[in-house]
Design a protein around this ligand. Structure first.
Ligand SMILES: Nc1ncnc2c1ncn2[C@@H]1O[C@H](COP(=O)(O)OP(=O)(O)OP(=O)(O)O)[C@@H](O)[C@H]1O
Ligand SMILES: [Mg+2]
Length: 253
């Protein structure tokens, strides 16, 4: 379980995140939606202590993260950053193996784990293990990013716009795979996106951020039928229009 209790972060006059309280149950997948600069990345990075909140407390499984060693903590939390961030001069296999090697796993276990993970994200190890990041498509790089984030069997997975720059087909496929991985590994996950349609496709609950404020947290169905804030209502209206346009431009089959 992840708990943020009265957590906030300010840079001078700018509230990156206004005091908010949010509880995410074990096994839940919460999607954080909001426009650029609304505080989504800040929220995520306060969980793995890449950013220290000004006020409030973050807890994972009832333990305050502030009392834990930040480096050790981060090795128990999978994190897929906004720009994937693979090491360009290391192979796919070595990128995925990074945290297990830092944790000094026996090399045979590392190799077996890398192969298992590459299969899990749909990149057969025999073909992809020895490639370098620039020999992959954008979607394949994102898959490696996900494999790397879950390599050391974290219980918590944080994903910051993991499917940002992808075509809709690849994006849809990866969304489906992420839900499967989330369920199979019994993860507690938070995914950040600016796309409500993506949130509707993935989330158990959706958290909507506006200028650092958490304006609503609700299931996809609740959000669509009972938006609790004008900004949420405008997002919902946009998502509906998009859906209707998609339907209208589809050729009958
Ligand atoms: N180190 C910093 N110094 C000053 N302001 C900052 C700093 N980091 C973030 N901010 C500000 O805090 C706010 C929230 O930033 P954050 O990166 O969390 O937004 P975001 O929702 O992730 O945006 P995007 O969708 O563009 O990634 C922004 O207004 C940003 O300019
Ligand atoms: Mg961001």
């Amino acid at each position: 379980m992840i708990e943020l209790i009265g957590v906030s972060k300010r840079h001078g006059e700018t509230w990156a995140v206004r005091p908010l309280t949010l509880r995410i149950a074990r096994g839940e997948l919460v999607v954080v939606v909001g426009e650029s600069g609304s505080g989504k990345t800040t929220l995520l990075r306060m969980i793995n202590r890449l950013i220290e909140p000004d006020e409030g407390e973050v807890r994972i499984d009832e333990r305050a993260v502030a009392t834990q060693d930040a480096i050790a903590l981060r090795r128990t939390i999978g994190y897929v950053i906004q720009q994937v961030g693979l090491l360009p001069h290391h192979t796919v296999g070595d990128n995925v193996a990074m945290v297990p090697r830092l944790l000094a796993w026996p090399e045979a276990d590392v190799t077996a784990r890398v192969d298992e993970l590459l299969e899990l994200v749909g990149l057969p190890a025999a073909t992809y293990r020895a490639r370098f990041p620039d020999q992959l498509s954008g979607g394949q790089r994102q898959r490696v990013g996900v494999a790397r984030a879950i390599a050391s069997r974290p219980r918590v997975l944080l994903l910051d716009e993991p499917f940002g720059a992808l075509d809709p087909i690849t994006r849809g496929a990866l969304q489906g795979e992420l839900r499967r991985i989330h369920r199979e590994l019994a993860l507690t996950s938070i995914l950040v996106t600016h796309d409500l349609v993506e949130a509707l496709a993935l989330a158990d609950r959706i958290a909507v951020m506006l200028r650092g404020e958490l304006v609503q947290i609700a299931t996809p169905a609740e959000l669509m039928t009972a938006p609790a804030h004008p900004y949420v209502a405008s997002l919902v209206a946009m998502a509906r229009t998009q859906g209707e346009l998609l339907l209208r431009t589809r050729t009958p089959s």
